[in-house]
Design a protein around this ligand. Structure first.
Ligand code: HEC
Length: 98
């Protein structure tokens, strides 16, 4: 009996985990659309006000996190608008723009 309960929890837990991971991906796209698209465009190439083309960016994930947190020139700082994990999620999304 115990082993059945153990497996039931195990499956429940892994199901929740994959749903959470899906959400994290969705969040990155959603944050990008609401916060970044106006300057960088849907494909990252729009370049409003000198916004860098994200698909052409050679910055590493850590360097991008720094730019998004603290801003650079016209690029606004997002550290007071987004949480740490939201910044990581949106930056991870920018890494997929090619
Ligand atoms: C107000 C317009 C604006 C918004 C909104 C904006 N950016 Fe930018 N972004 C810029 C500009 C302008 C630059 C170039 C900064 C410079 O002069 O170095 C830039 C640069 C960057 C860079 C560095 C690229 C490189 O290769 O140097 C990254 C990464 C980036 N933006 C990501 C984002 C993300 C992610 C968001 C949304 C959370 C966002 N930006 C929102 C204007 C914007």
């Amino acid at each position: 009996m115990r082993i059945i309960i153990f497996f039931a929890f195990f499956f429940l837990f892994s199901a929740c985990n994959s749903i959470l991971q899906e959400n994290e991906k969705l969040t990155g796209v959603q944050i990008y659309k609401s916060r970044c698209l106006s300057c960088h465009g849907a494909d990252g190439r729009m370049g409003v006000n000198g916004a860098k083309e994200l698909p052409a960016s050679t910055l590493s994930i850590d360097q991008r996190i720094e730019v998004v947190k603290n801003g650079r020139n016209i690029m606004p700082a997002f550290n007071s608008l987004l949480t740490e994990s939201q910044i990581v999620a949106v930056v991870e999304y920018t890494m997929t723009l090619k």
